[in-house]
Design a protein around this ligand. Structure first.
Ligand SMILES: Cc1cc2nc3c(=O)[nH]c(=O)nc-3n(C[C@H](O)[C@H](O)[C@H](O)COP(=O)(O)O)c2cc1C
Length: 224
């Protein structure tokens, strides 16, 4: 049993990576072998809409036809059993590296012929997000809908999927070094001290849960 963790933040010690490390620790605790991948710095772009993956050619059913760093990432992912995606929220969505990956991964396995999965086995997934905003901001801006939708797409094409959002996270170790006059630093720091350890613990438990989900069979939910 192998779980692949993908970090979609350029920061190697940021909130996404901390959440991802905990989820992977949970997966290891549950008996999985783990492999980490750092997306930022890899050379790949999002879907170019060539439709080779939908064409009546030998490309059909073979994943994404574009060849670049994503090709090996996808090969490794399909050889594993479950996936953890971690991303900061940038401008209301997952980061561009993670978005590029999910465009290619999902679209090349999105079945236009039938509401059935194209993969031979299921790949349960866990999506971990972190952002600056608090719950009010999350609700007001509808950001959680975007996280929910990413998770829904994963479930549609690959297997059971869950997500979690770590809110009001700290962006810097030392806010004094940056222009952040509008940020209620004290309140934020207090909130984070109380809640981020809980977020880390949730990620750990969800990592364990991910391994348990590998033995479950799930229906592919309909897109419409
Ligand atoms: C380019 C950029 C865009 C961001 N956009 C948002 C946003 O739309 N909403 C928000 O709440 N936080 C936003 N943030 C803050 C990050 O989501 C937050 O600090 C996150 O926890 C960073 O994760 P990391 O430490 O893994 O990089 C943004 C940060 C950057 C650098």
């Amino acid at each position: 049993m192998k779980v692949i963790g993908l970090n979609g933040s350029p920061r190697l010690k940021g909130n996404s990576m901390k959440l991802l490390n905990e989820a992977m620790r949970g997966a290891q605790e549950a008996g999985a072998e783990t492999q980490m991948m750092q997306l930022y710095g890899m050379n790949f772009k999002g879907c170019r809409s060539c439709f080779a993956c939908k064409s009546k050619t030998p490309f059909y059913g073979k994943g994404c036809a574009m060849k670049d760093d994503f090709t090996k990432v996808m090969e490794d992912m399909l050889e594993a059993d479950a996936w953890v995606f971690a991303s900061p929220i940038y401008n209301g969505h997952m980061s561009s590296s993670m978005s590029a990956l999910l465009e290619r991964l999902y679209f090349s396995h999105h079945n236009y012929d039938a509401h059935e999965r194209m993969v031979d086995k299921e790949y349960p997934s866990l999506l971990l997000y972190s952002l600056n905003g608090n719950q009010m901001f999350l609700d007001k801006m509808g950001i959680e809908n975007s996280c929910k939708y990413d998770s829904f797409l994963m479930q549609n094409a690959f297997g059971s999927s869950k997500y979690m959002v770590a809110k009001a996270t700290l962006q810097f170790d030392d806010y004094g070094k940056y222009h952040t006059a509008a940020v209620p630093v004290e309140k934020k720091t207090e909130y984070s001290k109380e809640h981020f350890p809980q977020d880390l613990n949730n990620a750990y438990e969800l990592g364990k849960d991910l391994v348990a989900r590998c033995s479950e069979k799930t229906e592919s939910p309909r897109l419409a």
